[in-house]
Design a binder for this molecule. Structure first.
Ligand SMILES: Cc1cc2nc3c(=O)[nH]c(=O)nc-3n(C[C@H](O)[C@H](O)[C@H](O)COP(=O)(O)OP(=O)(O)OC[C@H]3O[C@@H](n4cnc5c(N)ncnc54)[C@H](O)[C@@H]3O)c2cc1C
Length: 391
């Protein structure tokens, strides 16, 4: 039974799926063996295709140069992108829309519009050694001085720093009337005092690194402040909501690919004289996987539609946690079962199940761990009751 997607969305789903199948998936094994990179000369061509498909800055309104997709369309696109390993799907870009909305005309010209066009690229620096789930515990400070701020601190896991040319950094105001308030700043990567301390290796093989970055008295003009002092946490929550929905969508795509690949293999692979799919123990793994995928997909599409309908943001916040929690844990269970179905082949890096088994693990951690999602959900449940959360 197909979800009742509008015909235009179904058409878009089909064209992105074709792009993923023909242009991205064939490069996965090369990327796995070459630190997450595309083969030489491929990336620029694919970026043009992404642009032609309307997927560059797909979440940004068309009049600002973005793709102008609805949330439902973005969820459907992200789901297809999620079918690819090695972060190759990150060729589709989604600059933070809340920052676009808050940016001044000068910030639009300097950072935002070039980022939408694909001429510049950003990364986000919020987490610190002593502050991950508890964002309010950050110690990075922005000390007001004449005409601007001095930023001091150290950020961890700064994803895409190696590809970016500027950062969006969260700091606490140190002094003045808004002492202790959170704020976000644009900081050019080549600013004096921005230093990479180290670039640790992570489980996945992505071309995007996650270094530890120090800010040593980085002088930032006042015009780099995003919005107002005190708005930092609002922007971050807005970004979390969006990313949690898109993580849910990507996890659905990953699970679908894994189920397709594992069931094809199980139909072909023979043991004890018959295809392994004829064994009920294998059938149960596939049946549980596809059932859970259906549940996660229904949640994700419905939640995307609720965003398009502009439903109550507090409910959406909790429901994004529910979708991210369920879909990420579902995809991890599916990956584990897929490795098992592939047997020894499932432990080889050239196998999609092995790669997803490593890659999907972080979806239970970043943009808020599963534990943090449960806390958010339980908080809204206590305040509003189950009926409000699940209709
Ligand atoms: C690959 C990768 C990329 C990332 N990219 C970025 C990025 O680009 N920018 C950025 O700013 N950050 C990034 N992060 C950071 C990520 O968002 C954090 O790792 C995540 O929010 C968890 O924080 P933490 O690692 O400090 O864990 P902690 O907060 O230290 O948590 C440790 C454990 O305690 C649990 N825990 C914490 N509080 C509670 C509680 N109240 N109740 C129950 N359990 C609790 C957690 O769930 C977890 O299991 C990235 C992380 C990874 C792994």
């Amino acid at each position: 039974m197909a979800y009742p997607l509008p015909a235009s969305v179904r058409k878009q789903q089909k064209s992105v799926r074709t792009f993923v199948d023909q242009e991205l998936i064939p490069h996965e094994i090369y990327a796995e063996m070459h630190e997450g990179e595309f083969p030489p000369g491929v990336q620029a061509r694919l970026e043009r295709q992404v642009s032609d498909l309307g997927l560059r800055a797909m979440n940004i309104p068309r009049d600002l140069g973005g793709g102008g997709l609805s949330f439902l369309e973005q969820a459907v696109v992200s789901e297809q992108i999620g079918r690819v390993t090695n972060g190759l799907g990150w060729i589709v870009t989604t600059p933070a829309r809340c920052i676009v909305e808050a940016a001044t005309p000068k910030q639009m010209k300097t950072w935002v519009e070039p980022t939408i066009r694909g001429d510049r690229s950003e990364c986000y620096a919020i987490t610190e050694a002593e502050a991950g789930s508890d964002v309010d515990a950050i110690r990075t400070t922005a000390r007001p001085s004449s005409g601007g701020y001095f930023i001091d601190g150290e950020k961890w896991h700064v994803t895409s720093f190696n590809h970016a040319d500027h950062l969006i950094v969260q700091a606490k105001i140190d002094g003045g009337p808004n002492d202790g308030a959170h704020a976000l700043f644009f900081i050019d990567k080549d600013s004096q005092g921005v230093d990479v301390l180290r670039t640790p290796a992570y489980s996945h093989t992505y071309s995007h690194h996650h270094p530890v970055v120090a800010f040593n008295s980085v002088k930032v003009p006042a015009e780099n402040l995003i919005g107002r002092e005190g708005q930092g946490m609002n922007f971050t929550h807005d970004w979390f909501r969006y990313e949690r929905l898109m993580i849910a969508a990507r996890c659905c795509g990953a699970a679908e690919r894994l189920i397709d690949e594992a069931s094809s293999f199980a139909k072909e692979r023979k043991a004890f004289g018959r295809p392994v799919i004829e064994n009920q123990l294998i059938q149960a793994m596939l049946a549980d996987s596809v059932t859970e995928l259906w549940a996660a997909r229904l949640m994700t599409y419905r939640l995307a539609e609720a965003h398009d309908a502009g439903e109550d943001v507090k409910l959406l916040h909790a429901q994004c946690s529910m979708a991210k929690l369920y879909a990420s844990e579902m995809a991890n269970r599916v990956a584990d079962r897929a490795v098992q179905i592939f047997g020894g082949r499932g432990y080889m890096r050239e196998n999609v199940a092995e790669r997803f088994y490593r890659e999907l693990r972080v979806d239970r951690i970043w943009e808020g761990t599963s534990e943090i999602q449960r806390i958010i959900i339980a908080g809204q449940l206590a305040k509003r009751g189950a009926g409000a959360l699940v209709g």
